[in-house]
Each structure stands twice: as structure tokens, then as C-alpha cells.
Ligand binder design. Structure first.
Ligand code: XMP
Length: 305
């Protein structure tokens, strides 16, 4: 890895040269990659940059509020409330790749609207090296690669962190003085909780995934996983009080990894797993059971869809 200080100087210069006097937009997700790209671009071109945060409704608990707070220094930050439109676009969609495409397309539409409004000629993206490799190798279509560029007529695309791995992006985030909640943040996929819900995305399943993920992140933070979350798999039978119920099956996943391309399921203490189980089933009457995913990548992927 290059020295983070030198990287920042070079990246700022590169963005400045690429964009010149034009306007640029960046899709800010709140993850470390797009946050670093946005901060570099803001340093380079200031208010000529519009950062667009689309609240897809597929985000974690408190995520939107956190982003508004962290990036309050960017006057040009736009928060787009698009929860209903994303749910509509996902209604009836069950195939994983179709789901990704529905999200990607809706995202483009939201983004296009803002890009046109501000007259942006350039697009800044927080694409990192593994995103490009996985998309090129067609392991899956990352919604932030390949979609946006054709959608809006941009003069050019600037990807300042395109050659970095995640740990290098974190070094740059620290160098830029970004808060720890950003620099040390677990990766969170662009399509959000939608890839942690097997089958159709509904408001009900989203609420289960969101609350359960909050419990998992809270309980497992001290184990420093690469990623830890909960997914909603389907329904199964359980007993609550005196009644048999048909409730949600929630999978808990916690993995160790360097770059997300391979991963190991994390060994966790039984008491911790039990505490997670009891918090999730205890706070949500519609969850019938909680399972722990012990599969490495490969053969599984980290996310469920
Ligand atoms: P998988 O599930 O393929 O995930 O093992 C590897 C890493 O990539 C993240 N991921 C995504 N990130 N858009 C993203 O920006 C996506 O469509 C996407 N799908 C997976 C995943 O969270 C993990 O860190």
C-alpha cells in the first residue's frame, strides 16, 4: 500500500484535474468506500460536489440519521426519501439477481433525478478493487458497478479508490480524519438488507432483518468480525406460550475476512449465541427460531442473495 498521506494528495489532485470547473455527484451510502471517495472529492472540488444519499428503506437501524450527522459539513448533501419507491420496485421479485437489478435500476432513477437537477457532468464512485474483480468475473453484479455510468450521460467517471482493498481504504479514512464509526465500519452491501432476505422483500421481513441485525452487531462488536448480521430465511414452526406458531427463521452470520473474497465463519462462544437467540426471539413474537451459519466462503457467499 502506498503511504495514505501521499495517496490522499494524489487522489485529490486526480479528482481536481478530472472534474475541472464542472459539477460532480457521488452516491454516498455511508459505508467506508463511498465516504472516503466523497471526502476526497469534497476536498478536491468543494461545493461543486453534490453527495446524494438515497434512503432506500433497506438500511440498518439509525443509518440515515447517522449519515446526516456525519456529513453535516457538506452543505450540498442531498437525502432522498425513496423507501416507498424501492418497496414497489421489489414487490413480487424473488430471484436474487432480479432483485439486485430492480434495486440498481431504482437507484439509478433516484440518482439521475438529482444529477439532472444539479447539472452534474461527472460521477464520482467509491468502487474498490474487489468490486471490480467480482463484477468482471461475474460472481455477481455489484449494483454500484456497471449500472450508473450508462444510465446518466456523464462526461466522465472518477473512481479514486478503485485500486484499493478494504483495509487500505480504512487507512485512508483514518488519514482523512473520518470518525471511527465510518473508518471501522463493517462493510454493508449496496442493496442493503434486501440481500439478507431470502425471497420477496416485504416491509415485515425488513423490520425483522433490521432489528435482528441490530442485536447481532451489538452483541458481536467486541469479537471484531469482518461482517456480522442477521438474515431472514423463511418460515418454520415454533412454540410461543401455549401456541404453535409459524414464524420467521433468522440466520445469524459472523465472518472473518481480509477482503470479502473469501471468508471464514467465526467461532463464537455458546453463551453469546444463546444471548443473541434469546434477544431476537424475545423481542419479536414473529421469529420462531434462530440458527447460526457455520459455512465458510466458499462454498457460501457472505450475503444470502
Ligand atoms: P458476497 O456475498 O458476494 O459478498 O460474499 C462479498 C462482500 O461484498 C459485499 N456485497 C456487496 N457490496 N454491492 C455492494 O456494494 C453489492 O451488490 C454487494 N453484494 C455483496 C458483501 O457485504 C461482502 O462484504
Amino acid at each position: 500500500m502506498v503511504d495514505p498521506g501521499t495517496f490522499v494528495e494524489d487522489a485529490v489532485e486526480e479528482i481536481r484535474e478530472a472534474v475541472g470547473d464542472a459539477n460532480a455527484v457521488i452516491a454516498l451510502s455511508g459505508g467506508v468506500d463511498s465516504s472516503v471517495a466523497a471526502t476526497l472529492a469534497y476536498e478536491a472540488i468543494g461545493d461543486s460536489l453534490t453527495a446524494v444519499y438515497v434512503d432506500t428503506g433497506l438500511m440498518r437501524k439509525g443509518e440515515t440519521e447517522g449519515i446526516e450527522e456525519t456529513f453535516a459539513f457538506m452543505e450540498s448533501l442531498r437525502v432522498v426519501e425513496a423507501q416507498d419507491r424501492f418497496l414497489d420496485a421489489l414487490a413480487g421479485v424473488t430471484d436474487p439477481e432480479e432483485k439486485r437489478h430492480a434495486i440498481g435500476e431504482q437507484f439509478i432513477r433516484e440518482f439521475e433525478t438529482v444529477a439532472r437537477e444539479v447539472g452534474a457532468e461527472y460521477l464520482v464512485q467509491g468502487t474498490i478493487y474487489p468490486d471490480r474483480i467480482e463484477s468482471e468475473g461475474n460472481i455477481k453484479s455489484h449494483h454500484n458497478v456497471g449500472g450508473l455510468p450508462e444510465a446518466v450521460d456523464f462526461e466522465g467517471i472518477v473512481e479514486p479508490v478503485r485500486d484499493l482493498y478494504k483495509d487500505e481504504v480504512r487507512d485512508v479514512a483514518r488519514e482523512l480524519g473520518l470518525e471511527e464509526v465510518i473508518s471501522e465500519r463493517m462493510p454493508f452491501p449496496g442493496p442493503g438488507l434486501a440481500v439478507r432476505i431470502v425471497g420477496e422483500v416485504t416491509e415485515e421481513k425488513l423490520a425483522v432483518a433490521r432489528d435482528a441485525t441490530h442485536v447481532v452487531e451489538d452483541e458481536l462488536e467486541e469479537f471484531e468480525p469482518w461482517q456480522a448480521f442477521a438474515a431472514v430465511l423463511g418460515k418454520a414452526t415454533g412454540v410461543k406460550g401455549d401456541n404453535r406458531v409459524h414464524g420467521w427463521v433468522v440466520a445469524v452470520r459472523s465472518v472473518e475476512s481480509r477482503d470479502g473474497m473469501t471468508a471464514r465463519a467465526q467461532e463464537l462462544p455458546w453463551e453469546v449465541l444463546q444471548r443473541i437467540q434469546s434477544r431476537i426471539t424475545g423481542t419479536n413474537d414473529d421469529v420462531a427460531r434462530v440458527v447460526y451459519d457455520v459455512t465458510h466462503k466458499p462454498p457460501a457467499t457472505i450475503e444470502y442473495e
